[in-house]
Design a protein around this ligand. Sequence first.
Ligand code: AMP
Length: 196
Amino acid sequence: MADCYKCVLLFGAPGTGKGTQGKLLGEKDGFVHLATGDIFRALDKESELGKKFLHYSSRGELVPDDLTVELWQDFVKGLVLGDKYVPDKDLLLLDGMPRSLKQAEMLDGLIEPLAIVHLTVGNLDEMVQRMKLRAEKEGRHDDADENVIRNRFDVYHNETAPVLGHYDKGLVTDVNAIGTIEEVFQRAEAVVMSVR
Ligand code: AMP
């Protein structure tokens, strides 16, 4: 692919409010929010890919890298074709991508991160409780079970957190994710606007 997508990466352990903040930031002019989890959840559950997604996500595991990157690339191409994302003008807000070192390597040359927003929280138990509440409200099968939630944290620490080290340190800003949605939004927005 010839295009190199300028983007802001959103990082944060499960339950840090990454999706919520991504959606809010994506409402700003010139930004396009793209959550890989949403792309997966929109798949037909009876399709081959939909079944694979359920297989992995219901255990709190990552979908294999090749599948994920291929689906993601097809989705972005679709956005471009549908004029929903104009690479020369818009900035992509990537939520949940890349989520492993292999994915980061596969995306080198395809994406150009201008900033990385790293949402941080201290308390693991509080995060687990937040996720259980969300699972009940949104009917998310992957977060209903405490063991699965804890596995998602392990996967984040073992596979996703190391991705931060793949990029230039100067790109990463830690953003305190404790506070109201509005407070956290203001902190994240400041980072995002600094590269606009
Ligand atoms: P999320 O909504 O971001 O928490 O994602 C829900 C689930 O989708 C994850 O637990 C994974 O199973 C899958 N998923 C989302 N993004 C990725 C990714 N970049 N690589 C592999 N699996 C992913």
